[in-house]
Design a protein around this ligand. Structure first.
Ligand code: HEM
Length: 288
């Protein structure tokens, strides 16, 4: 058999045949081992919190959850249980690390490929923030070009191309199709980001997608890297702040230089299913 999907199982294969893949040998077992290790780590942290907490005086998410568990102790239909605490803590770790770090790595690669964009961001940072202090979140509104570049990076890479699976609560009609209650729906966020009716030349990287003719920042309803609605990304605000602060802090102080010619840099993602990851690349940072 060649290098087909059975030999190198992809996330799609796992979605379709979850139990079979547990039995097949292959590199995909590493993710299960890593998950099990993370689970042990989280259980140990919960134990440590139990030993050191003051009920009613939460220090963090785990303490808040334990407080809620105490309050629900006598409730026969309680939702705040140990297993839920382990998994929600796990989700915060998992959802909050790879997503943001992949966006940063991908963004740096894009700026290597388009040095003229990086130079314009640096000129704006120099004019608005200067070099005597670090950029802060209050500066975001005064940095329209930088803000547009960061939005365009998120649109262009669609680091999470699909939203999480959701189930319909009522029967629904959508564009002439009947979808009964309970139907699983997986929104294709990437399709909104590459919609030519919403973005000019959507397969190219162009910060003008988020600027009006006067050079002011302009949002777009089709920009949905964090999905939409009540269950949209819980960490969207934190992620946006992290992305802004990391990029601006780096670009304020360093010039990004590729190893080799920028024209040879390939922006094709390494994995397109659960997450778009940038290909491996080398980067030189030279003090400005
Ligand atoms: C660039 C960074 C990030 C991106 C692109 C991103 C994207 C997403 C997307 C698309 C969803 C699915 C929402 C849906 O289908 O309705 C999601 C869910 C979620 N994200 Fe993020 N995320 C990012 C960073 C973070 C961070 C920093 C955290 C937490 C510290 C986080 C925590 C979560 C959680 C807990 C959910 C599940 C929400 C729920 O089901 O109610 N994410 N994220």
């Amino acid at each position: 058999m060649g290098r087909g999907p059975i030999e190198i199982p992809s996330p799609e294969m796992y979605n379709i045949f979850p139990s079979i893949l547990h039995w097949l040998p292959g590199p995909h077992h590493r993710i299960f081992r890593n998950f099990a290790e993370l689970r042990v780590f989280i259980s140990e942290q919960i134990q440590r919190h139990r030993q050191t907490r003051q009920p009613g005086e939460p220090r963090d998410f785990i303490d808040c959850f334990l407080d809620q568990m105490d309050q629900e102790q006598k409730d026969s239909e309680r939702h705040f249980q140990e297993e839920t605490l382990v998994m929600t803590t796990h989700n915060l770790f998992f959802g909050g690390t790879e997503t943001t770090s992949n966006t940063l790595r991908y963004g740096l690669l894009i700026l290597l490929k388009y040095p003229e964009v990086a130079a314009k961001v640096q000129a704006e940072l120099d004019a608005v923030v200067g070099r005597m202090r670090a950029p802060s979140l209050e500066d975001r509104g005064r940095l329209p070009y930088t803000n547009a570049v960061l939005h365009e990076i998120q649109r262009f890479i669609s680091v999470v191309p699909l939203g999480l699976p959701r189930a319909l609560t009522p029967d629904t009609h959508l564009h002439g199709h009947f979808l009964p209650k309970g139907t699983f729906v997986i929104p294709l966020l990437v399709s909104a980001h590459r919609d030519p009716t919403q973005f000019k030349d959507p397969d190219s990287f162009n910060p003008r997608n988020f600027l009006n003719n006067e050079g002011e920042f302009q949002s777009n309803d089709a920009f949905t890297p964090f999905a939409l609605g009540k269950r949209m990304c819980l960490g969207a605000g934190l992620a946006r702040s992290e992305i802004f602060l990391f990029f601006t802090a780096i670009l304020q102080r360093f010039c990004l230089l590729p190893v080799g010619s920028p024209t040879n840099l390939d922006l094709t993602p390494q994995c397109t299913s659960l997450g778009n990851m940038p290909p491996a690349f080398q980067l030189r940072l030279v003090t400005l």
